[in-house]
Write a protein that binds this ligand. Structure first.
Ligand SMILES: [Zn+2]
Length: 409
């Protein structure tokens, strides 16, 4: 679907993920940890079973097979009766997803993409429990989880729409969060009467707008970088398995969470500013899962926050009377925003100099203009799609790789 700026409404199903800090009691933490341990064991059993099944029959062990098998498994392992059945049923979902990703990567590799295929692996730990449909209830200051109890949490944002899933997870520094995803159908009016804009997300400049404005994310300072490095070195100096090492790991995790929170705060401010300054925001649909893994610190940090940023734009746009739309990112840097000519643009080139119409423009600005055009104009050709991006898809990818994204406020 393409946005026609003269049409004033646009209907879509909006998925939003809410994230709340939770404070389980000591006893509840013990229960949660035990259940996560059981889910990890179950996951590994299922993976083992699936491998064996394939070896014996040459067939996939389907989700249905898994659920049937779990019923039998529970009879031999009564301790699993203490875990809510829907939570257990989410374990095959996770494994099925790991398999699906594996098949996708294998297919991409066959098509010439250079990457590791990575068969689903046994897990050393599971750090979250998911209630897919039922078994939970939110109250003003507590969330009630079946077979766990009523856990204190900071319910700072009103949940709108139908709740689809609820997860509780713990971070490496033993902080707990409840994430709730909800869905609702909504009409977006362009009501704030401002201008439309395209945004290019990059590394040199975090966000470049099609009208020439530039936003930077909070820099990681030299001091923070040094502290991170020092804390990391401390871990390697401690004996493996020792209490000191565990403490060092926790300190490092805590500090890196602190640093990323500062950056996230800045993204909240930028996205807030944008939705209140424009009527329509086009950004690149970024496939977090497809991004090249690399060890360049600045790059990997930016990449990991882009999906998060897009999500902020989406949910903030709504209440600001603005529409945010993800567009296909192909060739946005390589296309001349003046004449449409496509040419090679190595990453080192900071200026787009068109070989056809001789237009010369900052690389990111040119891209931002293309992104806006792609969402609003009827370009022909396969790269001209302006499909609505459901930010929660990116979310799912990120959640799987263990990143915690989407702190809300
Ligand atoms: Zn040109």
């Amino acid at each position: 679907m393409r946005i026609n700026l003269n049409e004033v409404v646009n209907m879509a199903i909006v998925k939003t993920t809410y994230k709340f800090r939770a404070y389980p009691s000591k006893e509840q933490k013990a229960i949660l940890n035990l259940q996560m341990y059981l889910c990890k064991e179950l996951y590994n059993h299922l993976l083992e079973k699936a491998k064996q099944h394939f070896k014996d029959n040459g067939k996939t062990f389907t989700r249905y097979d898994m659920i049937k098998w779990i019923t039998k498994f529970k009879k031999e392992h009564p301790e699993y009766n203490d875990v809510y059945s829907q939570v257990l049923q989410n374990v095959p979902d996770r494994l099925s997803k790991a398999y699906k990703n594996f098949f996708r990567r294998a297919k991409e590799k066959r098509n010439g993409k250079r990457q590791k295929v990575g068969f689903p692996r046994f897990r050393k730990f599971v750090s979250s429990l998911t209630y897919p449909q039922s078994g939970f209830r939110t109250e003003r200051k507590r969330v009630e989880l079946s077979k766990i109890g009523r856990i204190n949490f900071v319910n700072h944002r009103k949940i709108e729409g139908r709740i689809k899933t609820l997860s509780i997870k713990k971070t490496k520094s033993d902080e707990w969060y409840v994430t709730i995803s909800a869905e609702k159908e909504d009409i977006f009016p362009f009501t704030n009467g401002k201008q439309p804009v395209g945004i290019d997300l990059g590394i040199a400049n975090y966000a470049t707008l099609s009208d020439g404005k530039v936003f930077q994310n909070a820099e990681i300072s030299g001091l923070q970088r040094k502290s991170l490095k020092r804390l990391q070195q401390r871990i390697s100096r401690k004996k493996k398995g020792s209490a000191n090492r565990k403490r060092a790991i926790r300190r490092f995790a805590k500090y890196s969470e602190h640093v990323s929170r500062i950056r996230e705060d800045r993204l909240h401010k930028i996205s807030h500013n944008l939705v209140n300054s424009y009527s329509f925001i086009a950004y690149e649909e970024l496939k977090v899962a497809n991004m090249v893994k690399n060890h360049h610190l600045a790059k990997s940090i930016s990449e990991s926050s882009w999906g998060n940023f897009a999500q902020m734009l989406q949910y903030k746009a709504e209440s600001a009377g603005c529409v945010a739309l993800g567009v296909n990112p192909n060739n946005t840097s390589k296309t001349c925003s003046g004449c449409g000519n496509i040419q090679e643009m190595p990453l080192s080139e900071r200026t787009f100099g068109c070989q056809r119409c001789a237009m010369s423009m900052d690389r990111d600005l040119n891209a931002a203009k293309n992104i806006l055009k792609r969402a609003t104009e009827g370009h022909s050709g396969s790269h001209a799609s302006g499909d609505i991006v459901r930010p929660s898809h990116m979310k799912a990818d990120a959640a799987e790789s263990g990143t915690i994204l989407g702190a809300s406020r």
